[in-house]
Ligand binder design. Structure first.
Ligand SMILES: [Zn+2]
Length: 299
């Protein structure tokens, strides 16, 4: 059912419809992570289990201004999302991964279902049970991503947020070829949605998400540039140059350095390196960038 201008009211965190059900007005709470501009239309859907409200609204975007503060994010496909800002401070967000909880349960039901005659009563029961859990998994992940991306945008003063480009994300290799492949495609989906959420939430706050090529950012020691074999189980990078650092932190620093150097933000680059030094971290030994810096500033 569709409601236009006169059919609904948006106020006090509620969408109230002009329709009443058994004399009770129909009011829907607006989840706290939604920001609506002008609302044009509200429709109600029913998918057999749940009722959904679909809202067509204006997106009140703020205009973006590079404020000289940056945040680089490594989207860990395992445990955490690691961010570093221009001040050299790390910020880590745990990734609870409800899929890890649901995947084996879903697999078990699917396997049971596949042993039944397709379309039989038992098959249908199991099929329904499986879909219910798939839906739960999906909703929980989506919910977490909404919360995480909102926090990431709100908790940084940086107006520019840099993330690695998904296309070149090094995916984990699994022994179980098929399910491994499916699961990493699924991971890909989660990450691309995370970036999508982050991008539109940032735009609402006048910030910008920039995707850069993150090739080798997890393999390369940010201090000396040497590349290491870094299978996913290896959580720490230990380099001969003396750099010992958490793998995700190393990636985040590389993403920041790459963005600042490729975009000739030499002042930002230099500030970032100085701040790394102040926080007690090693600084990149490659002098290429700082040598180019003066001429870039003069020009
Ligand atoms: Zn090194």
């Amino acid at each position: 059912m569709i409601y236009n201008q006169k059919g609904f009211k948006v106020e006090k965190g509620l969408i109230t419809l002009s329709h009443k059900y058994n004399k009770v007005p129909l009011a829907f709470e607006i989840p706290e992570n939604y920001v609506f501009g002008k609302v044009y239309q509200v429709s109600i859907f029913y998918d057999g289990d749940n009722y959904y409200l679909s809202v067509v609204h204006e997106v009140p975007e703020e205009s973006y201004l590079d404020n000289g503060l940056y945040q680089a994010i490594d989207l860990g496909i395992t445990k955490t999302v690691t961010a570093i800002n221009t001040h050299g401070m790390f910020h880590e967000v745990n990734n609870p991964r409800p899929d890890k909880y649901w995947n084996p349960k879903i697999d078990a039901i699917q396997s049971k279902r596949d042993h039944c005659k397709k379309g039989s009563r038992h098959w249908k029961q199991l099929h329904k049970a499986m879909n219910k859990r798939i839906k739960k998994r999906k909703n929980q992940i989506k919910d977490i991503q909404h919360k995480q991306t909102r926090k990431m945008v709100n908790n940084t003063r940086a107006n520019t947020i840099i993330v690695g480009d998904l296309d070149v994300k090094e995916m984990p290799k699994s022994k179980k070829a098929t399910s491994g492949l499916n699961r990493s495609t699924q991971n890909n989906g989660y990450i691309s949605r995370f970036i999508r959420f982050l991008t539109y939430k940032a735009a609402l706050a006048g910030k910008k998400v920039i995707e850069i090529d993150e090739r080798n950012t997890s393999k390369r020691c940010y201090v000396c540039g040497k590349e290491h074999d870094m299978p996913l189980w290896k959580r720490t990078m230990e380099c001969d140059c003396g750099n010992v650092i958490d793998r995700d932190r190393n990636s985040a620093i590389n993403i920041m350095l790459r963005y600042l150097s490729q975009n000739a933000r030499w002042q930002g680059y230099q500030q970032f390196v100085d701040n790394l030094r102040k926080t007690g971290l090693s600084v990149p030994k490659l002098e290429v960038h700082s040598q180019e810096a003066p001429s870039a500033r003069e020009g």
